[in-house]
Design a protein around this ligand. Structure first.
Ligand SMILES: [Zn+2]
Length: 147
């Protein structure tokens, strides 16, 4: 089994059942309090090497950039992908089923494993179409160059 997992932010916790159960953790599952700050969720996702899933995209994009900047030469803060869902549950429900098979990056189909390994951002539009982009990567590892 590929090692990727999802960590669901509170605002998408209703969507937990739409993800593969064995791969999915909620904020409560990983021992964070209900009122955990975004920064704490980002740190936990880094620690557990999970893809973050949220509908609070702008805040998390900001937090992930901030987190990466705290990288030191021997203390890598590279992350493991971000999925931004529309905030309406009905749309999440309608789109999540096929989302994994609709991911494309640089003109070819990709899977969740690649999102995880390459630290990609998957933004699902209200239409259900995913847009995949590269999140900033660790300066020292320069993993971006090797992908
Ligand atoms: Zn690094």
């Amino acid at each position: 089994m590929e090692p990727y997992r999802f960590l669901l932010d509170r605002d998408v916790s209703r969507a937990a059942s739409l993800f593969p159960a064995r791969r999915t953790r909620t904020v409560a599952d990983v021992g964070l309090p209900e009122n955990a700050k975004d920064a704490a969720i980002v740190e936990k996702a880094w620690e557990l090497e999970t893809i973050i899933v949220t509908s609070n995209g702008d805040d998390f994009l900001r937090e992930t950039r901030k987190f990466l900047r705290s990288t030191k030469k021997k203390d890598c803060h590279d992350l493991f992908g971000l999925v931004i869902l529309p905030n309406k549950y009905e749309i999440q429900k309608r789109t999540l089923d096929e989302l994994g098979s609709r991911l494309r990056f640089r003109n070819r189909g990709i899977g969740w494993n690649e999102v995880w390994r390459k630290n990609l951002c998957v933004r699902v539009k209200a239409t259900g179409n995913p847009e995949v982009t590269q999140l900033p990567r660790c300066f020292y590892c320069n993993k971006a160059d090797s992908t």
